[in-house]
Design a protein around this ligand. Structure first.
Ligand code: ASP
Length: 440
């Protein structure tokens, strides 16, 4: 009987199992609030979510390092690499700038900041100033080091130091690309064993990803259940006025994010690929759910790669280069969030923005979304660069910090979707599909 049950579960596609996990997690969370199961959930359910996130984080750095080295060196010649690299980075930049413009249009039209009275602004920034301090000190450092620091930080002084933290993923990417390029450049006889080694390790790591993914429905169940219970702990007496302004702000962010998924990406897919957008979305749903539950493009990366390869049929030589790079530098959702939030805070503080300020937002939000690590709340920290550039106090972050997490979950979906859109485009122009992608 039990054997039959396991067999039956295995027959259900993974993304459905993840959905079931998510649904059960929501039910558990809601039931727990009414039955006051908070301590039980955090002692006995939450740890399974933490184990799942740890497993994903655990494979992030080895996956990036090995898949990029193997991916770059499989490109065989430098001209192919620079062609794919050029295309990838151009599409990443274009989509990011479009995302920011979408956000700016939405926030300047809806004007969520005007839903807040002056007294409330003062009261709130005083109230949240303490919470925000830690993040602000971090972010302040970032701001003081100048706008090009983002680029300086890409070049590590010690690769083992970089591999010590998932926040330094861009440095690991830099090293892996350099290593891969050098591997192409050494005589084939000398590089053959090194290449064989990395190709082999790559297979092993992808197998680990497979194993971890089987555990994902349980992980998602635990994560969502615990998150709902944690949210309920929020002070329910917060002023209605704040709720209204924050609600409108959140809707503005969500509408802009939705515009990317429902309008901009379909247009790009239509113009540059033959993949039906519905089919595309169906293929990447596991990655989107994972992005939503982990709020981290880095933690989602293994799933994103698996979806792109298995469901969309994109060749590994494309995914292994485009997706790790995208997880780290291409964050359309984060850049939308930065634009909307910067303007919202400026509006809430009664600070009028000029056209020059708005252009400045486009420039700095691009840089700071590139610089944001692919981990939860990273965008919140780099937002200070944008606020600083338009002369708005970073204390303004206090206004939005309480609702950042759900928005982070949603912007991470867009971050991951944007990466797979570009991967599909690059694959189309490079004959990069393993098999014909499903067309109906
Ligand atoms: N959580 C986002 C990501 O990992 C980054 C951010 O916007 O905070 O993609």
């Amino acid at each position: 009987m039990r054997g039959y049950g396991v067999h039956f579960m295995k027959k259900i596609p993974l993304h459905i199992r993840i959905f079931i996990g998510m649904f059960l997690g929501i039910v558990l969370g809601l039931v727990s609030i009414f039955l006051h199961w908070g301590p039980f959930i955090s002692d006995w359910i939450k740890p399974f979510g933490t184990i799942f996130i740890n497993l994903l984080k655990l494979i992030a750095i080895p996956l990036i390092l090995v898949s990029l080295i193997s991916g770059v060196s499989n490109l065989k010649d430098i001209s192919k690499l620079s062609r794919i690299g050029g295309k990838t980075i151009s599409f990443y930049l274009v989509t990011t700038v479009i995302a920011i413009i979408v956000g700016l249009i939405a926030v300047n039209t809806i004007k969520p900041g005007n839903f807040l009275s002056k007294e409330k602004q003062v009261e709130l920034s005083e109230k949240y100033a303490k919470d925000v301090n830690l993040k602000v000190t971090d972010a302040q450092k970032l701001k003081e080091s100048g706008p090009l620091q983002v680029i300086v930080d890409i070049v590590p002084e010690n690769i083992f130091g970089s591999m010590g933290s998932n926040r330094n993923m861009l440095q690991v990417i830099f090293f892996a690309i350099m290593f891969g390029i050098a591997l192409i450049m050494v005589p084939e006889q000398k590089g053959i064993y090194v290449k064989g080694f990395f190709d082999g390790v790559n297979e092993v790591i992808l197998k680990i990803v497979d194993i971890v993914m089987h555990y994902s429905p349980v992980g998602v169940f635990a994560l969502i259940g615990a998150l709902i219970v944690d949210f309920a702990g929020d002070d329910p007496k917060q002023a209605l006025e704040l709720f209204r302004a924050l609600g409108v702000y959140a809707i503005t962010v969500l509408l802009s994010l939705a515009a990317m998924i429902l309008v901009i990406y379909p247009l790009f897919m239509r113009m540059f690929t033959h993949i039906k957008y519905k089919q595309f979305l169906k293929g990447i749903i596991p990655a989107q759910i994972m992005a939503f539950s982990t709020s981290s493009s880095a933690a989602t990366l293994p799933v994103t790669m698996e979806c792109a390869e298995k469901n969309l049929g994109i060749k590994e030589e494309i995914t292994s280069f485009v997706l790790p790079l995208g997880a780290t530098i291409n964050m359309d959702g984060t850049s939308i969030h930065q634009a909307v939030t910067a303007v919202f805070i400026a509006q809430a503080f009664g600070h009028d923005l000029t056209i020059a300020d708005q252009l400045m937002i486009i420039f700095t939000a691009t840089l700071s979304s590139i610089g944001a690590a692919a981990v939860p709340s990273a965008g919140l920290i780099t937002l200070v660069i944008v606020l600083g550039a338009i002369g708005v106090s970073p204390e303004g972050l206090a206004l939005i910090i309480a609702i950042d997490r759900p928005l982070d979950m949603c912007r991470t979906i867009v971050n991951v979707t944007g990466d797979t859109v570009v991967a599909s485009i690059v694959a189309t122009t490079e004959d990069g599909f393993r098999k014909e992608p499903a067309m109906n």
